[in-house]
Design a protein around this ligand. Structure first.
Ligand SMILES: *Cc1c(COP(=O)(O)O)cnc(C)c1O
Length: 439
């Protein structure tokens, strides 16, 4: 894709059509309601595909228990708690000047087993897909077997003939790296310069090779893809364009419904559910949204949160250009201190699949994310990384935004439930954590 950067005419036309870009260019926080919302589910991916993903995860559960004993209380399910956060709600309500209704919950993907971020859903799922394919084709495994056998040496030997590689700013690399190396694959994680040192160290310690690049995330992905193309035994996990990643994320929705049921929370037109998801390249929030729409239909309202300097999905969906536009085209830097969200160009796949399922997108400044990390820790004693706090401003924004409540049945907002999706944090080392909390 040729860069359109510097093409003043192109940008001027865009700004005229989409005046919000004027504010985005200035690095202001913006809130955008999607005029294209129609809740028509895409045909390219179906409910059966999500069920297939859930079943595959269930087949692997006995292996996961064996390879990662910390998952045994949950029976090898890679799942996170859904927590009530009333003190944080009271705090946000106070900040907004009062009047915010509804119940506020935190989906703690920051505590997901194995790799401590939302990437443990999609990333691990994609590695399992590849491992299953290799194992079935070898004839050493049958679908009806107890998959715990995959921990045996004969499978590690089999997998060691294959390579898995991924380009990542960090968390995806951790998920693919930890899972892939544990199975026995030869693993390479291509990382951008902004990736944290502790993530590189941890990956090397788990047996993965880390290749470092000076450029940004997109460059690391491109280089990883190029190297993988030359190796027929290498599976490249393509964060910008992967159906398997997407489905791994989508499987979260059915499980969330069971958690809500368990808390006695119903979702219907009189009790709408709002979900606020931090967005990087879009696979995680897009997959979760796709799953949620299959489960809750028009009664779930999904919003993506992006940093002010890298609102790639907002640009892609609002203009309809998807991966044909990047944040640098409108003069933004793409840089943010929020790991996982420093993405300049959105996924090829996601905007097209869920662009009409999203209620809206909003942007958040780095300093606000950082402050929210401290606010959450002070009020609830829960630590998340800055990107994982990006969803919080949505709670006040949807209620403050004029006209939004009119989209709902009368008084539905009073009975609404709001979930902030906390996408990462538990792997952050103690020293780094202290720095975040000290501010
Ligand atoms: C990757 C990541 C996201 C966003 O997921 P995408 O699939 O890139 O949109 C959000 N938060 C954290 C902590 C992440 O690591």
């Amino acid at each position: 894709m040729a860069s359109m950067k510097g093409d003043g005419l192109f940008v001027r036309d865009l700004v005229q059509k989409f005046p919000l870009i004027e504010d985005m260019k200035k690095g202001k926080e913006v809130f955008w309601l999607n005029p294209g919302l129609d809740n028509v589910l895409p045909r390219e991916v179906s409910k059966a595909d999500i069920e297939d993903a859930s079943e595959r995860l269930a087949r692997f559960a006995p292996y996961i228990v064996r390879a990662f004993p910390e998952t045994s209380p949950g029976g090898g399910s890679i799942e996170s708690p859904l927590k009530n956060i009333p003190e944080m709600k009271a705090f946000l309500n106070g900040e907004a000047g009062g009047g915010l209704s509804g119940r506020l919950l935190l989906k703690c993907d920051s505590e997901l087993p194995i790799s401590g971020s939302i990437k443990a859903r999609g990333g691990i799922y994609e590695v399992l897909c590849f491992a299953e394919k290799v194992a079935l084709e070898s004839g050493l495994l049958n679908r009806s077997d107890d998959y715990a056998v995959l921990a045996e040496d004969r499978f590690r030997e089999l997998f060691s003939r294959y390579a898995v590689s991924v380009g990542s700013t960090g968390n995806l690399g951790l998920s693919i790296g930890i899972m892939g190396a544990r199975l026995g694959f030869r693993l390479t994680v291509h990382m951008s310069a902004d990736a944290r040192q502790w993530k590189k160290d941890l990956l090397r310690q788990k047996g993965a090779k880390v290749a470092e690049y000076r450029g940004d995330f997109q460059m690391a992905v491109a280089e990883g893809r190029r190297q993988a193309e030359g190796d027929p035994l290498c599976h490249f996990v393509d964060d910008e364009n992967s159906r398997d990643l997407f489905l791994g994320y989508a499987a979260a929705a059915e499980r969330l419904k069971r958690q809500l049921d368990g808390m006695g929370i119903t979702v219907d037109s009189g009790h709408p559910l709002f979900v606020y998801l931090p967005c990087g390249v879009g696979g995680g929030p897009g997959g979760v949204t796709f799953g949620l729409k299959h489960v809750f239909g028009e009664n779930v309202h999904c919003f993506f949160a992006e940093p002010v300097q890298s609102p790639c999905m907002l640009l892609g969906i609002m203009t309809g250009l998807h991966d044909g536009i990047c944040v640098q085209d409108v003069g933004l830097s793409g840089r943010t201190s929020a790991d996982g969200l420093a993405v300049g160009r959105p996924s090829k796949l996601v905007g097209r699949l869920v662009g009409n399922l999203l209620d809206g997108l909003f942007t958040v400044s780095d300093s606000r994310m950082e402050a929210l990390v401290r606010d959450l820790y002070t009020r609830e004693g829960i630590f998340v990384e800055p990107s994982a706090a990006a969803g919080f401003p949505g709670f006040a924004a949807v209620q403050r935004n004029g006209g939004y409540a009119e989209r709902l049945t009368p008084s539905a907002m009073d009975h609404s439930v709001h979930i902030v999706w906390a996408t990462g944090g538990s792997m952050v080392p103690e020293g780094e954590r202290k720095k975040y909390l000290a501010g």
